[in-house]
Ligand binder design. Structure first.
Ligand SMILES: *Cc1c(COP(=O)(O)O)cnc(C)c1O
Length: 341
């Protein structure tokens, strides 16, 4: 497969926005009269580094992925949108996703005028590879997989994902927003094996930085270079670049362990509640539960000031609620209320 042939013509020939600072490597001592900024220092008067060099080297060390294979976005939403804009010609090309899965794949497709073909998972939430290939045609450019999947909470079978990457005629995006909670290192360590693989990760979940908006895409140097060309030049602001670099120094292993333990605790504590029909196995920081009457249980929880996500109108999720793992105290309250319903 020649990835270059999959790229939209206008993107292949795009001349990116350039800044004069790319021509100057002398550090902070320069006299910067190139960008019409205010010269008066307040910590924020200069534009951020559009290449995020310092942050990329920190993330590279943490994730074991070379800096040249890292794209940093304003949340995962940005790489998702950029991938459509780079690979899918509006009104011509299409993308494939599993169903049910994360809602942004459809929102970004709709915004970009790209058809999204949703292929149902099997009833046990496993991949139906043959149905995915049956949905593809010669204009299928992107395939979105999500592992562990939101909202079904399960890790997808690694052999099946590998089979899809090896045989799909476009770019396969494996969204690993919840990989830190799973018993797997995911596909980031295997980037070099597949030129058509993009792995998405985020600092919004296990790393606790949802408010800072930072999403990661790992891919070949070529794909990362394309994404960097198409992004807004200053997509990651100075505060985020700096704070993320600092917060990444504090390990999260204890918190991840705690959340996984609490997830197991909730699972076993609500399994026999009278309203609960089923608690699905989870590899993430949330549980998908099937109840007798999802809207009623949802409202009953709201009345107790507990907000969960009603997924009951989503494919394969009739009467299902999605519940994030909270602090031990929050979880105790949740368990108490559910058992009292
Ligand atoms: C939460 C989540 C994300 C993260 O989105 P951000 O924009 O990085 O906050 C990405 N993918 C999935 C499947 C998610 O559930």
């Amino acid at each position: 497969m020649d990835i270059r042939k999959l790229v939209r013509e206008n993107i292949r020939s795009l001349a990116p926005y350039s800044t004069a600072r790319d021509d100057y490597q002398g550090g902070e001592l320069g006299i910067f009269l190139d960008a019409n900024e205010s010269p008066y220092q307040n910590g924020y008067n200069r534009y951020p580094d559009p290449h995020q060099r310092t942050l990329k080297s920190i993330i590279s060390a943490k994730k074991g992925v070379p800096a040249a294979n890292i794209f940093i976005g304003n949340g995962s939403d940005e790489p998702i949108d950029l991938l459509y804009r780079i690979f899918c010609e509006p009104s011509r090309d299409n993308a494939i996703s599993i169903s049910p899965s994360y809602g942004m794949y459809r929102v970004a497709a709709d915004i970009n005028g790209v058809e999204l073909r949703e292929v149902s998972l099997n009833a046990d939430f496993s991949l139906d590879c043959e149905a995915i290939f049956a949905a593809c045609d010669s204009n299928s450019r992107l395939l979105f997989l999500c592992s562990p999947n939101n909202p079904t909470a399960n890790l997808l079978d690694e052999m099946s994902v590998e089979y899809l990457i090896s045989n799909f005629g476009g770019v396969v995006v494996v969204d690993e927003a919840y990989i830190d909670f799973a018993d797997s290192c995911g596909f980031a360590p295997r980037l070099a094996e597949f030129e058509n693989l993009v792995v998405l990760q985020t600092l919004s979940k296990a790393w606790g930085m949802a408010g800072l908006r930072l999403g990661l895409a790992f891919g070949s140097e070529y794909i990362v270079e394309l994404m960097s060309r198409v992004k807004y030049p200053y997509n990651i602001n100075v505060v985020t670049q700096h704070l993320v670099g600092e917060l990444l120094q504090t390990p999260i292993d204890d918190k991840v362990t705690q959340i996984v333990e609490q997830r197991k605790r909730i699972e076993s504590s609500i399994a026999s509640a009278s309203v609960v029909r089923r608690v699905y196995p989870s590899d993430a920081n949330f549980l998908l539960i099937e109840v007798d009457d999802a809207p009623r249980v949802y409202q009953a929880l709201i009345a107790e000031r507990i907000i969960v996500r009603d997924r009951s109108r989503v494919a394969l999720c009739t009467n299902c609620l999605r519940i994030s793992v909270g602090t031990p105290e929050e979880n105790s309250r949740l368990i108490e209320i559910i058992n009292a319903l």
